[in-house]
Design a binder for this molecule. Structure first.
Ligand code: ZN
Length: 410
């Protein structure tokens, strides 16, 4: 995989250039595992002595370690490998999903060090209950961390529309939340003096798959995240399209079947999520209305695998609507990769022939030449991994200042 050197813009003040370079280097190591000084110099377009000075600073701060490479067969002086120290700086990551509440401690470099998980009933939950469970998990993870380690950030993924900046849930249809101060309340209850950054689950899932999953190396990708409904993340030129207010990529409410389509939770008819969501699949498979959830959905997929014709037909029907939605999106955004996550990871293999047929029929030939389709590589943890990366964002933007700020609270 080749990467363009990430040179800072001309005219940056010396201090800004240094901050940019040290943050960029840390990001390369955080996402890339062990990276040699020579590779860092090449990727960042800097000379080796500058790389050496930057890694020394990060090493002195406790964030990275250097080691000689194990493979010394190549000619010449071997370039030292730089790797993140996972056991010292970490983030707390939270995931509020439709069926579960998850909390994790994730080390620099991305290793999942510890986690707690609770089943969440579908009946809905108020802010106090959700924050109560998560804050308790968060405190447990914090107290179980090695005594000399440091929490450098906190990120949370939420299945709804989030206001950037303060983590306010503007609209969480699944729990009936409107304008709930989730980020601020969780931060207050954790009491660590660190703000909780909150993002939409599908946006974070898209970024996580691009950074650590099926989308590595793709600058243009689509991520469709299914739970009860369908959320989405669109990455164009390496950046998430989040819209004017941060509420973009609501792919699930793209209208695909306006005439006689199924009613959608948003009040409209024939939205993509109404046609391919959990209820649509269960209804198409003839399951009773009081049966729902991931297990019920997996049972349909298993029945289809065993040759049950009604279950197979249900997946074909879902696949056709999914294909129509995806074909529209490919024509609009010309992605290199389309990734199916959440419950769509279970559904996609049985629905793939219909999706591919729609792409072959409805996508302009030049736009479908290179597009690849995949299920998420991070599985059900794509949103949790995205939350962790959101937690690391401040450290990557300004490693030394963030460290100084967070260690002052420890
Ligand atoms: Zn809708």
């Amino acid at each position: 995989m080749s990467r363009a050197p990430t040179k800072p813009a001309v005219g940056m003040a010396q201090e800004q250039i240094h901050r940019h370079n040290i943050g960029t280097l840390l990001r390369h190591v955080h996402l890339g595992g062990s990276v040699s000084r020579a590779t860092l110099a090449e990727r960042m377009g800097l000379n080796r002595s500058t790389i050496m000075a930057l890694t020394s600073e990060l090493g002195a701060a406790g964030l990275v370690r250097e080691a000689p490479p194990t493979d010394t067969r190549r000619a010449g002086r071997p370039s030292l490998l730089v790797r993140a120290r996972p056991d010292w700086a970490y983030v707390l990551a939270f995931d509020v999903a439709v069926d579960r509440l998850v909390a994790a401690r994730v080390g620099l470099g991305g290793a999942l060090l510890d986690r707690r998980e609770a089943v969440r009933p579908r009946a809905g939950a108020d802010l106090e209950h959700v924050v109560d469970v998560l804050a308790q998990f968060g405190r447990q993870l914090y107290e179980a961390a090695p005594p000399d380690s440091v929490c450098v950030g906190i990120g949370a993924s939420y299945c709804g529309m989030i206001r950037p900046g303060d983590g306010m849930v503007r609209f969480g249809p699944d729990m009936g939340w409107v304008d709930q101060a989730f980020g601020a309340e969780l931060s207050r209850r954790l009491g660590l003096g660190i703000p909780v950054r909150v993002g939409n689950e599908a946006h974070l899932g898209a970024l996580a798959e691009q950074q650590r999953g099926a989308g590595i190396g793709f600058q243009n990708l689509l991520y469709l995240h299914g739970d009860v409904g369908v959320g989405g993340g669109i990455i164009v030129g390496g950046k998430l399209l989040d819209g004017d207010g941060g509420y973009g990529c609501e792919l699930g409410h793209m209208v695909v079947n306006p005439y006689g389509g199924r009613p959608c939770g948003c009040g409209s008819h024939g939205c993509l999520e109404a046609e391919v969501g959990e209820r649509a699949l269960l209804d198409a498979a003839g399951r009773p209305a009081d049966l729902w959830g991931r297990d019920a959905l997996r049972a349909v997929v298993d029945d289809a695998d065993r040759g049950d014709e009604l279950a197979r037909e249900a997946l074909r029907r879902i696949g056709d609507w999914l294909g129509i939605g995806v074909a529209n999106l490919i024509n609009l955004f010309n992605p290199g990769m389309v990734i199916f996550g959440g419950m769509l990871r279970d559904v996609y293999p049985g629905a793939a022939p219909q999706v591919r047929h729609r792409i072959a029929t409805n996508v302009l030939p030049v736009a479908r030449e290179r597009v690849r389709l995949s299920t998420s590589a991070l599985g059900d943890d794509s949103t949790l991994v995205g939350a962790a990366e959101l937690g690391f964002a401040d450290l990557m933007a300004d490693p030394l200042a963030t460290l100084a700020r967070t260690t002052a609270h420890a």
